[in-house]
Design a binder for this molecule. Sequence first.
Ligand code: GTP
Length: 334
Amino acid sequence: MIAPGPEFLVLTGFLGSGKTTLLRDFLTRPEAADTAIIVNEVGEIGLDGALLREVGGDVAMTTLANGCICCQMGSDLTTTVEALLGTERPGDIPLARIVLETSGLSKPGPILRQLASLAQHRMRVSVLATYDPTRPPEIRDFEEAAAQWAGAHRIVVTKGDMVSPKRFAAASGEIGEINPLAEIVAEASREPAVSAAFAPPRPGPVTMPVPIAGKTRPHERLTSLLLRQEDVVAYDDLAAWLDNLAGFLGERLLRIKGLVRVRESEEPILVQSVGTLFSQPRLYRGGMPGDGGFLVVIARDAEAGEIGRVEPSLPFSLSRAPGRGGRSLRAEAV
Ligand SMILES: Nc1nc2c(ncn2[C@@H]2O[C@H](COP(=O)(O)OP(=O)(O)OP(=O)(O)O)[C@@H](O)[C@H]2O)c(=O)[nH]1
């Protein structure tokens, strides 16, 4: 009998819903020892991979940074998985699982289709999605979010420490309306939530997600901008800019993350918001990526030019594509 291959977990969930945090927590556990991680970063400069490396120890980690893998016809994903499976392992201990952390805008359906071409490896593929109870249920109006939850076998309610028990409990009902087939993990305490999220999947066939009717253009209303830092900034200026950006964009702001060099510290500051809710900025101990400081801003129904006009003016360059633009503030789509 051919031995089954590793478990393959597609970790999906809307922008900022807690995928990286959940995976980081799992990686600190002994049962994560024989895990390999693939991170799909939409931006050129990956932060999720860096945050996972901070805690990941010897775990094999690969970053796929050529854009959203669900939008690619022929992707690097299958090649990467083949390479992982073909790599000699210390002590010949086989990989127990591969976790693919997708970008917050990936849809699982096309990813599962790509993985289907690896059937000979007999991997047990399943989709694990995160559900952020701090965001309103209207997030499901985004076709990406709807596709993620619709395609999930297991959905984990995250951020149990950030909402009331009532709100936390209501999330399960909302999930049930979107995907009545998914197993729901709703544990407000972190430890049991992480255990249940990464527990072996219950046996059963992997099904393709139900296609969501509607727009055909992917990510139609979303703008994803890369702001590259050209000079060090004062922390107060950065804080004022983030405040003003959040005030200006309001509900249209979906996600900010990045590492910024500030005058006050040798180490960069990790900046993160989900919607307009900012996490406490903290020093990032993993070192500055080679390309220097950056911020990724993901917004709905917003133009790069509008974001470029937010005060105070900071030494970040925005460029939409090489060769276009030519203004001091250029926008680069990520
Ligand atoms: N308090 C609290 N904050 C959380 C929790 N999970 C995530 N966060 C915060 O929410 C923000 C987004 O979390 P991430 O884990 O980066 O979310 P993500 O889904 O990986 O984000 P993208 O990769 O951008 O889609 C970060 O600032 C986290 O620190 C949680 O359980 N509790």
